[in-house]
Design a protein around this ligand. Structure first.
Ligand code: PNS
Length: 160
C-alpha cells in the first residue's frame, strides 16, 4: 500500500491544498493529511478547527485521513508507516525552502522521499497567508477556499 503524507499548517485549507489532495489520491493508495499543531501563536484557527475543516472538505474524497501532529514530521511518518512526503509547489520561489526541508528530512531519515506536485496554474498564487489577509479586509473568499469553509473564516475574523 502506497501511503503519502501531505503535511502543512492548513490555516486555513485553501483550494490549492484541496487540489493537491484530490490529485494525490490518484497517485497514492492513501493520503494522510498531517496538520502541524504548533504553527505559531497567531494562527487563525486552532488545531482542532483546522483538522475539522479539512475533514469536512475531504469527506467525499476516498482514502484521505486527517491527523494532527507535533514535533518532527519524520517521527509522525514512522508512526503511520509512511515514507513519502507529498508537497505542492506553486512557484519557483517555493523551491529553495522546500528543497532544504526535503534534504533535511532525508538526512534525518534516509528512507524518506519527498515528491512534489505542481499546483494547478489556477491556484498558483494562493496561500493561507494571502487568504487571511483577504478575509481580514473583508475581500471575496469565493474561489480561494472551499465554499463550505467561507462562513467559518468570516465568523472567526469577526470574533477577532
Ligand atoms: O504549510 P507549511 O507551514 O508550509 O508546512 C510546513 C511543515 C508543517 C511541512 C513543516 O514546518 C514541518 O514539517 N514541520 C515539522 C517539523 C519538522 O519536521 N522539521 C524538520 C524539517 S526542516
Amino acid at each position: 500500500m502506497r501511503t503519502a503524507v501531505y503535511p502543512g499548517s492548513f490555516d486555513p485549507i485553501t483550494l490549492g491544498h484541496l487540489d493537491v489532495i484530490s490529485r494525490g489520491v490518484k497517485v497514492f493508495d492513501k493520503i494522510i493529511v498531517g496538520v502541524l499543531v504548533n504553527v505559531d501563536k497567531t494562527s487563525l484557527f486552532n488545531i482542532d478547527e483546522r483538522v475539522e475543516l479539512i475533514k469536512r472538505v475531504t469527506r467525499m474524497i476516498p482514502n484521505v485521513e486527517v491527523v494532527s501532529f507535533e514535533g518532527l514530521l519524520i517521527d509522525f511518518m514512522k508512526e503511520y508507516d509512511a515514507n513519502v512526503i507529498l508537497k505542492g509547489l506553486r512557484a519557483f520561489s517555493d523551491f529553495e525552502y522546500e528543497f532544504q526541508m526535503a534534504l533535511m528530512n532525508n538526512k534525518l531519515q534516509p528512507e524518506i522521499e519527498t515528491l512534489f506536485m505542481m499546483t494547478s496554474a489556477q491556484y498558483s498564487y494562493l496561500s493561507s497567508t494571502a487568504v487571511k489577509q483577504v478575509a481580514k479586509f473583508r475581500g471575496e473568499l469565493k474561489g480561494l477556499v472551499p465554499d463550505m469553509v467561507i462562513p467559518d473564516i468570516i465568523n472567526k475574523i469577526n470574533q477577532k
